[in-house]
Design a protein around this ligand. Sequence first.
Ligand code: PMV
Length: 351
Amino acid sequence: MVQRYDRTAGRTAWSCPSNIAIVKYWGKRPVQLPMNPSLSISLEHCRTETSVAFSYEPGRTEPRIRFRLEGMARPDFEARIQTYTSSLLKELPLLAGCSLEIDSRNSFPHSSGIASSASAMGALALCYLELSMIIEGERITQPDPGRASRLARLGSGSAARSLFPGIALWGSSDAWPGSSDEMAIELKGFHPAFEKAHDSILLISTEKKAVSSSEGHRIMEAHPYASSRYRQATANASRLRGILRDGDWPGFIAVMEEEALSLHGLMMSGRPSYLLMRPGSLAVIEKLKAFRADTGLHLGFTLDAGANVHLIYDRTHRHQVMDFIDRDLVQYCKNGQVIHDNMGKGPLRTG
Ligand code: PMV
């Protein structure tokens, strides 16, 4: 259903979730295209909510931007958003004539060590897409998530996967029809055993990482293991097809943990080499393995480019896992901080 009307000023607002990668994106080529397919779970509670108040004047050639995070001016982020917005002008030329007042807030604690770029770029891409449609005089009830995913990708690769509910795949893979390097797709029809998978995020360190993800992607360009890594990730994305269809939790955990340790192995074996895990990350992994061997529960771990450990588990085990965290793991978390999240329903319009 398309309604047409004129608008030169207005406001768009979206909330977009963060995601946790099961198969990792690590290594890219221009323009922000992945070297291998990656697959992630969209979260429910870790989100960014962004609103964009806009006014449009034809004839202007550069967007004017004011950005606030949690109500505070942030010139550092504003500069990045200005660059990102200018990079979208080919896709969304009407942005050039806009004054944009952007307000963003994250649901997760500030400087928790949880990357907000995926949820932030996802929310901003949806706001931009919708406001361009409004200025064009077209209001479609839902902006196309594939198109929003492509726009979000240009801001942060992993953001491409945040535009969908449940499970998303980004990067072309022979095993997944319809997959593409340009944008992520929603994976439908996975086994109900994975619905509402839970993710408890143990905040081992909340310090800014010593090496950024952009630098990590760059190091991959001359990494001695790059080509075998891309083959491994491509094979893991394919293996997950049967695993997700069959509800095979042990298979899922095996792939997820191999991916997490490969990612950190690449950091340790790159040039230059670096380490983002902390002693607490390793202690949690060792305890988790012992607990799983004792209980046989469907519980595994993954890490992104940082020290924090995500425990991913079947929600039917949530009481045992919560007790385990409180008893054995919380001591490794900075100020005892743990964020409990689960598979979510994707972006929401909030304005
Ligand atoms: O989207 P970027 O450029 O911040 O890269 C993120 C990469 C990882 O989080 C480590 C893995 C992933 O696939 O999300």
